[in-house]
Design a protein. Structure first.
Length: 365
């Protein structure tokens, strides 16, 4: 009744395409359930083609990957106050850190398990998210070097994140990053991997590629931003979301449709019910803006999107129960794309694909 179809071959193809655009290693970001595409299945597919590294935000996500038997290099970088760093060390999960307190917690865990933590240090180059501030950076690096000398920490990488505000801003951040790396090296740190570029910079900021790039939204064939089209680089959207017609009824002119009567029929018409609502991630705000594909024709969603369903006014068109309704896909058959739905919902494609789900069944091909 509700299906999220994920093309794993498209994701594999996208990874290879992205690899061809750089001489750097390519980290595949599979956080947030692989941007809604299925973290375990996507990770297995990428491991089968020799992915350089996988990454999640949360350590819990990374542990699920290890529990599934996936052995590819793996990084997690967003931690809470009760993060189990001992589990990360035991399961060979690399850890992103940006504070002295975080390093001390990892060192304690390393002592507990008689192991060595593989660490990537993060510096804030202007985005304002996690990452050591420039004033704190020397202290963070010095602590990391101290722990490295004790055998508790291996310094694998150093990283930051670009804002994507403009090419000029990105260049400024790159300069800040390079200075921070130089400072770290002067304090005794040596890093195997420097990584700064995410999807957008992988496509259009070659100086930021360094030793490794991190690809997220582009891996799934979607545009990193409205000005940078994934299709221009040969990337293929991997998600198709569909439902079906579950009710067809004839109604007279002036009949109300869904909550608030935002739409009433202008003449005798046919209303069809589609069981895909905001519980599945269909944005309520897209009412009156979004459309779907039914029997090869686009129909606007004129009436209020509800929790479980939306209603289409199809006029006199012939529709039957069981007919497929495509919410979004790659656009090749006239269906909306994730970008179109994002525009209708006043958001970005990242939010659309990561929030799609609910009671929908995910299938892989």
């Amino acid at each position: 009744m509700r299906t999220i179809s994920v093309d794993l071959e498209a994701i594999a193809s996208n990874y290879k395409t992205l690899k061809s655009l750089t001489s750097a290693k390519v980290m595949a970001i599979v956080k947030a359930d692989a941007f809604g595409h299925g973290m375990i299945e996507v990770s297995k597919k990428l491991e089968s083609i020799g992915v350089d590294m996988l990454a999640t935000a949360d350590l819990e996500e990374a542990q699920q990957i290890r529990a599934a038997g996936i052995k590819a290099p793996l990084l997690a970088w967003l931690h809470g106050s009760e993060t189990d760093f001992a589990a990360a060390i035991k399961h060979d999960i690399q850890i992103g850190l940006s504070t002295v307190a975080g390093l001390e917690a990892v060192a304690t865990a390393a002592r507990e398990v008689s192991g060595t933590a593989k660490v990537h240090l993060k510096v804030d180059t202007g985005l304002g998210r996690n990452g050591a501030s420039l004033s704190d950076w020397p202290a963070v690096v010095s602590k990391a070097v101290e722990l490295k000398n004790e055998g508790l920490v291996e310094l694998v990488g150093v990283f930051s994140h670009l804002s994507g505000t403009s090419s000029e801003d990105d260049a400024d951040q790159l300069a800040v990053f390079e200075k921070a790396v130089s400072t770290a090296e002067s304090l005794g740190a040596n890093f195997q991997l420097r990584h700064l570029a995410a999807s957008a910079a992988t496509l259009n900021q070659k100086p930021a590629h360094l030793d490794m790039v991190r690809v997220g939204i582009a891996l799934y064939g979607l545009d990193p931003n409205p000005h940078l089209k994934a299709a221009d680089f040969g990337l293929i959207p991997a998600m198709r979301v569909s439902s079906e017609v579950v009710s067809v009824k004839q109604v007279p002119a002036g009949h109300g449709v869904s909550y608030g009567y935002l739409h009433k029929t202008s003449s005798p018409s046919t209303l069809v019910l589609v069981p895909f609502g905001y519980a599945e991630g269909m944005p309520r705000i897209a009412t009156g803006r979004a459309s779907v594909l039914l029997n090869g024709k686009r129909y606007p969603i004129l009436a209020r999107i509800a929790m479980d369903q939306f209603i289409l006014d199809v006029g006199n068109d012939q529709v039957k129960v069981g007919d497929e309704v495509v919410i979004f896909g790659n656009g090749s058959k006239g269906e909306p794309t994730a970008e179109e739905l994002a525009l209708a919902a006043e958001t970005i494609n990242y939010e659309i694909v990561t929030r799609i789900g609910g009671r929908a069944k995910r299938v892989f091909k």
